[in-house]
Design a binder for this molecule. Structure first.
Ligand SMILES: [Zn+2]
Length: 172
């Protein structure tokens, strides 16, 4: 055990542990986000919670850039914000969409490593592809979405517990 600790110390473990970050400094634009796994492991849930409470990045009143797709000039279909409410995000920076929950939980949901999640998507004529990513009830995407809901519910339960406890303490 002692040897193990020494070895770890020699490698300079402090340089390998990422520093804690200010939650207010977490980037807003999905294109600027770092993988959750690159943050300090003790801060993972706190970072996920912050993003979940902020909600998906869906900037309004943006002059969405046009692009030729086939014979049509198209821009980001704003209807996607309602069609995929609660999780679809738009990056102004690189004019692509991202998926909030899949970004947050892709390391925790087995096999959720689609390129579309890390690279984003801009096939504005292909809503079906986003739909396919969302998938059926038991899809990997929905697993990630559920994990987001569970994380927030868990917080609420803790809050209720704390409230009840302090009520009890007051009445005592
Ligand atoms: Zn997803």
């Amino acid at each position: 055990m002692e040897r193990f600790l020494k070895k770890k110390g020699n490698q300079g473990s402090s340089s390998k542990t990422p520093e804690l970050v200010e939650l207010d400094d977490l980037p807003l634009d999905p294109a600027d986000r770092k993988p959750i796994s690159t943050y300090n492991v003790n801060q993972g849930d706190e970072i996920r919670r912050t993003y979940l409470l902020r909600g998906p990045c869906q900037p309004s009143s943006v002059a969405f850039p046009y692009r030729m797709i086939g014979n049509d000039s198209r821009h980001f279909p704003v209807t996607w914000c309602t069609n995929f409410k609660g999780w679809l995000e738009y990056s102004i920076k690189n004019d692509r969409v991202y998926f909030l929950h899949c970004y947050l939980f892709k390391d925790q949901v087995k096999n959720l490593q689609e390129a579309i999640i890390s690279e984003g998507f801009n096939g504005w004529n292909r809503q079906d592809k986003v739909q396919r990513h969302q998938g059926e009830f038991n899809s990997l995407h929905n697993k990630a979405f559920k994990m987001g809901e569970d994380l927030l519910n868990q917080d609420q339960l803790i809050q209720i517990f704390v409230d009840k406890k302090s009520e009890k303490e007051k009445s005592n």
